[in-house]
Design a protein around this ligand. Structure first.
Ligand code: PGA
Length: 882
C-alpha cells in the first residue's frame, strides 16, 4: 500500500517537473533546458560516485556565462518548490504523516481509547478537552522565503493535482486540470520569486489573516466536528458548545522587539484590520444561515425576542447581519481615517454568540437538532474560537526599552538614574508607584522619541477591548523588576486594560534563574494583587541555543520548566508556559507531538501557548486538510501530556544530563566565543553578509547595527549556517559531550537507557539525527575551498567538520544504527531526492558570493538576484530556512 502511495508522489513530481521543463523550453529554448539537464546529471552522478563528478559539476557551473546564472538558479529553485508541493499534497491527501515518523503521531480516536484503558473516566476526558487551552501564536518571524503571490499559485497547483487524481475516469476533466496546471507553472516561472521590497508589518498581518480566511476558517469547524463525534463514541458525550480547545493568537503587527517598523500606529491598524476581516468573514456565514434557516417552528424565547414573525430565525439573523455590517463599515471608516456615524456595532464575542445560541437552542427545543447541528453549529464554533477579532494580538517589547522609560523619567523627576539602581531599589520604586493613587508621569514631560513610542503602545492597549489582546511579552527578561515595570506602565497609561505579562527568558543565565525570579515576583503582594492566580512565562528556545549551544540550552529549558511548575504550585498560581520555538531544530523546532511530550511532567496540564512561525505556518496551517491534521496533532499531544504525562526523569539521568550539558556548553563557548578565528570564519564562509539583502520580513536582521555575532538575531545566525550545510549551531557541543561519556565505563549504556525511556532525551536524539542527515561536510568544505584563503581559518573549518563527523559516529552508536534515518526511510528519501537539485544551488551560491566579494558587493542586479534565489532555493530544498 505504502509503495503505491509513494508511486503517486513520484508521478506527481514527474508531472510537475515535465511542465516546468516545457515552460522553460518555451521561454529560453531547448538548448537552455539541455544545460539544466547536464547540471542535474552531474549532480546526480556526483551524489552516486563522489568527487570526480562533483568536480565536473563545479567546473561546469563555474564556466557558465553570467547571463545564465539567474535562470539556472531559478530553474532549480522552482523545481524544488514543485517537489515540495507534490510532497505536501501527498501528506495531506493520504494523511500519511506517520510515515515520516513511525508510531509517533497518534490519532485522537486511538488516544481516547488509550486514555480509557489507563483507567481515566469518560468525564475526565471530556472535562480535560473542554477546559483545554492551547493557543497557537502566529508570528511574523522572517523565515518564509516564498512570496505570497507564489504561494497562491502553488496552492492552486495543489488543487489541480487533486482535480487530476479525482478525474481518472473523466479524461476531459483531467485534461482541463492539466491545462490549468501548465498555465500556473508558467505563471510562476514568469514571476519574480524574490520580493523587490520588504513587506511592511501590516502586509505581514494581512498574510496571517489570509491564512485564517483560506484555511483555518474551514479547518476549525471541521476539527470540532471530528472531535465531537470521536468523543461521543469514546465517552458518550459531546464537546460543550462553547469549548475552544485550540485558539489562535498573533504577533503580526504586535511584536516590536527589535523591529522599529512595528509602531503603535501599526498595531492599531492591524487590530482594526482584524475587526474588519472578522466582520467580513462572519457576514458570509450569516448570509448563508439567513438563506438556510427558513423554518417557522421556534421556541418561546426566540418568538418573544423577534415578535410575530413568520420566519423567526431569518428575522433574528437579519438584525444580526445589520449589526455585523455596521461593524465592518465602522472598521473600514476607522482604517480610512474617517468618522463613523452608522448604527451600533458588535464589540464583544458574546454579542455575536448569544443570538446564534438563541437560534440553536430554539431549533433543538422544537426537535430540529439535525438543522441546529449543521452550518449553525459551525458558526458557533467559529465564534468560540475566533471571537470578533480572529486572533488575540500579543505585544512584545524588549525589557531595556521599558527600563529606558524609567531611566528618563526618574532623571526628569530628579530621583536619580533608574539604570544605576540595583534590583531591590528598582522593585521598591516600582511597587510603591504601583500602589500609589497619584499619577507618576507628568503631563508636560518631553520624553525621547523611543520612550514616546513605548508609551504610545500602552495607550493603544488602553484603547482596546480586552478581547482583542493577548499577552504582553517582555523579551530579554531576567528580573522581577522587568515585569513590574510593564505592570506600572500599564497602570499609568494602559487604562483599565490589564494584559497578562509574560517575561521571556532566553539566555542560559536567565533560564537558570527563571524559577527564582518568578518565585520572588510571586512573593510580592503588590504584584500578586494585580496578577491574581495566573502567571504566563515564555521560554526562548533559539536565543538560548545561540547563547549556550543546543544541548545545554535544551537542558536548561527543561529544568527551568520544572522549577517554574514547582514554584507556581507552591504559590497556588496556575502557570501557562509559552514556548517560543522556531521551525528548525536549531531554534527548538521539531514535530509538535514529540516536542510537547518531551517536556517535563506537569508542565502542560491542559494549557500551552506555542509560536508558529514563517514557513511553518504554511506547512502546518496553509491548507484546510493540513491545518485539520495539525490541530489534531496538537490536541493529541496536549491531551496526552496532561492525562498520561511523560515519566519523571531518574536522578541518574538528571546527573547525566548535567554532565552532558556542562561539557557541551564549554565546547560550544570555547569555539564560538573564545576562538578568535571563529567570527571571521563565520563571516567568510557563510552568506551571512548577503542574507540581509533578502527581503523576507519587516524586521532588521540585527538588534543593533553595530556589534558582532552577539547582535545578530537567532534566525540569520541559523539561516547562514544552514545555507552552507554545516548546521553548526544545532550540534556543536553534543559530539564532545557524547564522546566523553561514551569513553567512560557504562556511559553508552546510560545514554541508550535514556534514549529508550525518556522522551526528552529520545526526542533530542531524533532531532539531532534529522539535522545531521541534512548537514553535509562536503558541501561545507566546498564553501570554504571557494571562499577562504587563510590557513588558520581553513584549519578551524577542518576541525569543525571533523567534530561533526565524530558526532555522527557517536550518534549512530547511541542509536544502534548503521546510517542516519535508517528507521525513517521516507525522510531519508525526501532528502536524497532533493540533493541533486540543491547541490548546483550550493555550487552557484559559493561562486556568486566569491564574485560579490571580488566586486566589493557591487555585482550586477541580475547576479545579486541569482544569489538571493540560491538562498531561497536551498531553503526550499531543505524545507526550511534555518
Ligand atoms: P526572536 O526569535 O529573535 O524573535 O526572539 C528567534 C527565533 O524564532 O528563532
Amino acid at each position: 500500500m505504502s509503495h503505491d502511495l509513494h508511486e503517486s508522489l513520484r508521478d506527481n513530481v514527474r508531472v510537475l517537473g515535465d511542465s516546468l521543463g516545457r515552460t522553460i523550453a518555451d521561454d529560453l529554448g531547448d538548448g537552455f533546458v539541455d544545460k539544466i539537464e547536464t547540471i542535474r546529471g552531474f549532480a546526480k552522478t556526483g551524489r552516486q560516485d563522489g568527487s570526480a563528478s562533483q568536480r565536473e559539476l563545479i567546473n561546469y557551473l563555474r564556466g557558465l556565462p553570467d547571463q545564465d546564472l539567474l535562470p539556472v538558479t531559478r530553474a532549480f529553485n522552482q523545481f524544488l518548490n514543485l517537489a515540495n508541493i507534490a510532497e505536501q499534497h501527498y501528506r495531506a491527501r493520504f494523511r500519511r504523516v506517520e510515515d515520516y515518523k513511525p508510531g509517533s503521531q497518534p490519532a485522537l480516536g486511538e488516544l481516547f481509547e488509550r486514555i480509557r484503558e489507563t483507567g481515566h473516566k469518560s468525564r475526565q476526558l471530556v472535562e480535560t478537552l473542554a477546559n483545554m487551552r492551547v493557543e497557537l501564536v502566529l508570528t511574523a518571524h522572517p523565515t518564509e522565503v516564498i512570496r505570497r503571490t507564489l504561494i497562491q499559485k502553488y496552492d492552486a497547483i495543489d488543487d489541480c493535482l487533486t482535480a487530476m487524481e479525482g478525474a481518472v475516469d473523466y479524461p476531459e476533466k483531467a485534461a482541463r486540470a492539466h491545462g490549468r496546471l501548465q498555465e500556473l507553472i508558467s505563471q510562476a516561472w514568469h514571476t519574480d520569486e524574490i520580493r523587490h521590497e520588504r513587506p511592511t508589518p501590516v502586509d505581514e498581518a494581512k498574510w496571517g489573516f489570509a491564512v485564517i480566511e483560506n484555511s483555518l476558517w474551514q479547518a476549525v469547524p471541521d476539527f470540532h466536528r471530528d472531535l465531537d463525534s470521536l468523543l461521543l463514541d469514546a465517552a458518550g458525550e459531546r464537546l460543550p458548545l462553547d469549548a475552544a480547545p485550540l485558539r489562535f493568537a498573533s504577533w503580526m503587527g504586535g511584536d516590536r522587539d527589535g523591529n522599529p517598523n512595528v509602531t503603535a500606529k501599526v498595531t492599531r491598524e492591524v487590530l482594526l484590520l482584524g475587526r474588519w476581516m472578522a466582520a467580513d468573514l462572519y457576514l458570509r456565514d450569516l448570509e448563508q444561515l439567513k438563506v438556510e434557516l427558513s423554518m417557522w417552528k421556534a421556541n418561546s424565547a426566540l418568538k418573544a425576542d423577534v415578535g410575530d414573525e413568520p420566519e423567526p430565525y431569518r428575522a433574528l439573523l437579519k438584525r444580526l447581519v445589520t449589526r455585523v455590517e455596521s461593524t465592518r463599515d465602522w472598521a473600514k471608516a476607522c482604517l480610512d481615517g474617517k468618522s463613523y456615524d452608522g448604527g451600533p456595532i458588535i464589540e464583544t464575542r458574546d454579542q455575536l454568540y448569544a443570538p446564534l445560541l438563541a437560534c440553536y437552542r430554539s431549533l433543538c427545543d422544537v426537535g430540529l437538532d439535525g438543522i441546529a447541528n449543521g452550518v449553525l453549529l459551525d458558526t458557533l464554533r467559529r465564534v468560540a474560537v475566533f471571537g470578533v477579532t480572529l486572533t488575540k494580538l500579543d505585544i512584545r517589547q524588549e525589557s531595556s526599552r521599558h527600563s529606558q522609560v524609567f531611566d528618563e523619567l526618574t532623571a526628569y523627576l530628579g530621583l536619580g538614574h533608574y539604570h544605576e539602581w540595583d534590583e531591590s531599589r528598582r522593585q521598591e520604586f516600582l511597587l510603591e508607584e504601583l500602589a500609589s493613587q497619584r499619577p507618576l508621569i507628568p503631563r508636560r514631560w518631553e520624553c525621547s522619541v523611543e520612550t514616546r513610542e513605548v508609551l504610545d503602545t500602552f495607550r493603544t492597549i488602553a484603547g482596546e477591548h480586552r478581547e482583542a489582546l493577548g499577552t504582553y511579552i517582555i523579551s530579554m527578561a531576567g528580573q522581577p523588576s522587568d515585569v513590574l515595570a510593564v505592570a506600572l506602565l500599564m497602570k499609568e497609561v494602559g487604562g483599565d486594560v490589564r494584559l497578562p505579562i509574560a517575561p521571556l527568558f532566553e539566555t542560559l543565565d536567565d533560564l537558570n534563574r527563571s524559577g527564582e525570579a518568578i518565585d520572588r515576583l510571586l512573593s510580592l503582594p503588590g504584584y500578586r494583587r494585580l496578577a491574581g492566580d495566573r502567571q504566563e512565562v515564555m521560554i526562548g528556545y533559539s536565543d538560548s541555543a545561540k547563547d549556550a549551544g543546543q544541548l545545554a540550552a535544551a537542558w536548561a529549558q527543561y529544568r527551568a520548566q520544572e522549577t517554574l511548575v514547582e514554584v507556581c504550585e507552591r504559590h497556588g498560581v496556575s502557570l501557562t508556559l509559552f514556548h517560543g520555538r522556531g521551525g528548525t531544530v536549531g531554534r527548538g523546532g521539531g514535530p509538535a507531538h514529540a516536542a510537547i511530550l518531551s517536556q517535563p511532567p506537569g508542565s502542560v496540564n491542559g494549557s500551552l501557548r506555542v509560536t508558529e512561525q514563517g514557513e511553518m505556518i504554511r506547512f502546518k496551517f496553509g491548507q484546510p486538510d493540513i491545518a485539520l491534521r495539525s490541530m489534531e496533532i496538537y490536541a493529541c499531544a496536549v491531551l496526552e501530556a496532561t492525562l498520561l504525562p511523560p515519566p519523571t526523569p531518574e536522578p541518574e539521568w538528571r546527573e547525566e544530563m548535567d554532565r552532558l550539558a556542562d561539557i557541551g556548553h564549554s565546547a560550544y563557548v570555547t569555539v564560538v566565543r573564545e576562538t578568535p578565528d571563529f567570527v571571521p570564519y563565520f563571516r567568510a564562509v557563510t552568506p551571512e553578509g548577503a542574507l540581509g539583502r533578502l527581503p523576507l520580513g519587516s524586521r532588521p536582521a540585527k538588534r543593533r547595527q553595530e556589534g558582532g555575532v552577539e547582535s545578530l538575531r537567532a534566525i540569520p545566525w541559523i539561516f547562514a549556517w544552514t545555507q552552507t550545510r554545516l548546521m553548526l549551531p544545532a550540534w556543536l557541543g553534543s559530539g564532545e559531550a557524547f564522546a566523553t561519556r561514551m569513553e567512560e565505563e557504562g556511559g553508552l549504556e546510560r545514554l541508550r537507557e535514556m534514549r529508550d525511556k525518556w522522551p526528552f532525551f529520545g526526542t533530542y536524539l531524533d532531532m539531532l539525527e534529522m539535522l545531521l542527515a541534512k548537514a553535509d561536510v562536503d558541501i561545507a568544505a566546498y564553501y570554504e575551498h571557494r571562499l577562504v584563503d587563510e590557513p588558520s581559518l581553513k584549519a578551524l573549518g577542518k576541525q569543525l567538520r571533523e567534530r561533526l563527523q565524530h558526532l555522527e559516529s557517536s550518534l549512530l552508536e547511541i542509536l544502534d544504527q548503521h546510517e542516519l534515518l535508517e528507521k525513517t526511510p521516507l525522510i531519508r528519501q525526501a532528502i536524497d531526492v532533493r540533493n541533486p537539485y540543491i547541490d548546483p544551488l550550493h555550487g552557484l551560491q559559493a561562486e556568486l558570493l566569491q564574485r560579490n566579494r571580488d566586486a566589493d558587493g557591487a555585482i550586477s542586479p541580475a547576479l545579486s538576484r541569482a544569489l538571493m534565489v540560491t538562498m531561497a532555493g536551498i531553503s526550499a530544498g531543505l524545507r526550511n530556512t534555518g
